[in-house]
Design a protein around this ligand. Structure first.
Ligand SMILES: [Zn+2]
Ligand SMILES: [Zn+2]
Length: 132
């Protein structure tokens, strides 16, 4: 019987903070996001989401880490080229829409448009009857 009064005492003390933690604590879970550049799933970790939340950022990441870094490097290369006034040869890594091979193209593909490797591009062009 004495054990029961102990349980009651615990219940009373815990009820004093009841409800507060529900509002303070936001639960983050690892999320899987499709990278817009390479089309592969990557994990947006709970820790990174918490970082986003703390910074008040609203735009969720669209790229996996390697693609994000590659994009930053491209932007940096463009900025550097513009700063020096020099034209730089660009090379963008993409997946060919036809054969699925990873390849590089000397231009920035616009989103949503299929990009082909050189051989598939030539095959498609010849199939169109525009044989050069
Ligand atoms: Zn990616
Ligand atoms: Zn191809």
């Amino acid at each position: 019987m004495s054990a029961m009064s102990q349980v009651q005492a615990v219940e009373i003390s815990s009820s004093q903070t009841n409800g507060e933690w529900d509002q303070v604590e936001i639960e983050f879970q690892d999320r899987s996001i499709l990278c817009v550049d390479c089309g592969q799933d990557f994990i947006w970790t709970a820790g990174e989401q918490l970082f986003f939340h703390d910074k008040g950022l609203r735009n969720e990441p669209k790229r996996c880490k390697p693609c994000k870094q590659a994009k930053n490097e491209r932007l940096a290369a463009i900025a550097a080229a513009q700063a020096t006034g020099m034209r730089q040869r660009i090379e963008v890594t993409v997946l060919c829409a036809q054969c699925g091979q990873q390849t590089t193209v000397p231009f920035y593909p616009s989103q949503g448009r299929p990009v082909f490797c050189r051989s598939c591009f030539l095959v498609n062009r010849n199939a169109d009857g525009h044989d050069s």
